[in-house]
Design a protein around this ligand. Structure first.
Ligand SMILES: NC(=O)N[C@@H](CC(=O)O)C(=O)O
Ligand SMILES: [Zn+2]
Ligand SMILES: [Zn+2]
Length: 354
């Protein structure tokens, strides 16, 4: 029997919207499903100051479809030179929701990332005192560490010492991909949470090499072995409030991905909520979807849950292969060209004040 589920309007706690024509093309997909989203700051150049975040927020609001009440929650990209006073002032003004730590060279557009945590000690201490959350891309960049081990090694070498050094700092381990990550977050002190993407719960690393190299399954952190995928599904559907929805939708053009050195990142926004619903249904846990998608994130960030609701129906629909840009470039959609099993029927009501 076709299942129907109504949940409070969800938020997406990890989104790359990019800028300019790409922003205009991808934003509607996020804005139609989610009331709020954490906007990642890894533009070129990155969003490193409150002034830059203010400009980027204005460009996002200007690109919204008419009538949308979507609220972008802005983040600053932490660098060795980040000024604690600017972070605190941006946060006090309600402009800056969080700060993002990219270890230098860990992922797309991270060359300005932090080289040594000792250099940002004053910023982290100030954030801890003021209640500004730190969002973390959790992979070491040591080339000697195997790519499939970089998250687990990061937890041991960097994350755990950081969580202990700043015991009051709110920390989100973004796009957790391993059973080690799940175990760490489950057992860590109060204030540590993690986002889980739909795609890391849907495929494992074999998809990247199925019959040839498949750039549209390549993202960072790279998908891991099957046992890790299963651990993520258990964590997301457990109801544990430390785990919440973050799609890591990360659009790149086909040209940038289908290349000798292709970019990391999947454009999952158009199918995001449908993919999560599919996973929760398969796990027999649709009753836990609302907590994961709409309650646990606001609770971690100290924000009110949204007021309206969204209704999802188990009805199959065809996903268009690509989203097109005015330049003629195309962005491949995750699961594009396939039938997916869930459709959003109605979204009703206003989001909570940001
Ligand atoms: N997830 C990705 O593979 N890529 C992201 C960066 C990131 O979230 O690490 C991007 O900005 O393209
Ligand atoms: Zn990342
Ligand atoms: Zn990301």
């Amino acid at each position: 029997m076709a299942e129907t589920i109504t949940i409070r309007r969800p938020d997406d706690w990890h989104v790359h919207l990019r800028d300019d024509a790409m922003l205009a093309a991808v934003l509607p997909y996020t804005a139609e499903q989610f009331a709020r989203a954490i906007i990642m700051p890894n533009l070129v150049p990155p969003v490193t100051t409150s002034a830059a975040a203010e400009g980027y927020r204005a460009r996002i609001l200007a690109a919204l479809p008419a009538g949308s009440d979507f609220t972008p929650l802005m983040t600053l990209y932490l660098t060795d030179d980040t000024d604690p006073a600017d972070v605190l002032e941006g946060h006090r003004r309600g402009l800056v929701t969080a700060v993002k730590l990219y270890p230098q060279h860990a992922t797309t557009n991270s060359h300005f990332g932090v080289t040594d945590l000792a250099k940002v000690d004053r910023v982290l201490a100030a954030m801890e005192r003021a209640g500004v959350p730190l969002l973390v891309h959790g992979e070491v960049t040591d080339a000697a560490v195997d790519i499939f081990d970089r998250e687990a090694v990061f937890i041991e070498r960097v994350l755990d010492p950081l969580v202990r050094r700043y015991p009051g700092l709110k920390v989100t381990l973004e796009h957790v991909t391993t059973e080690e990550g799940v175990a760490y977050v489950t057992e860590a002190r109060e204030g540590v949470g993690a986002t889980i993407t739909p795609h890391h719960m849907i495929f494992n690393r074999n998809a990247i090499f199925a019959g040839g190299i498949r750039p549209h399954y390549y993202c960072l952190p790279v998908a891991k072995r099957e046992k890790h995928r299963l651990a993520l599904r258990r964590a997301a559907t457990s109801g544990n409030p430390r785990f919440f929805l973050g799609t890591d939708t990360a659009p790149h053009t086909r040209r940038a991905k289908e290349a000798a050195c292709g970019c990391a990142g999947l454009f999952v926004a158009p199918v995001a909520l449908a993919c999560y619903a599919q996973v929760f249904k398969e796990e027999g846990a649709l009753d836990k979807l609302e907590a994961f998608a709409s309650l646990n994130g606001p609770r971690h960030y100290g924000l009110p849950p949204n007021e309206g609701t969204v209704t999802l129906v188990e009805r199959s629909r065809f996903v268009a292969e690509d989203v097109h840009l005015p330049s003629g470039d195309a962005v491949h959609v995750f699961r594009g060209g396939e039938e997916i099993s869930w459709t959003i029927e109605t979204a009703a009501g206003a989001s909570a004040a940001a």
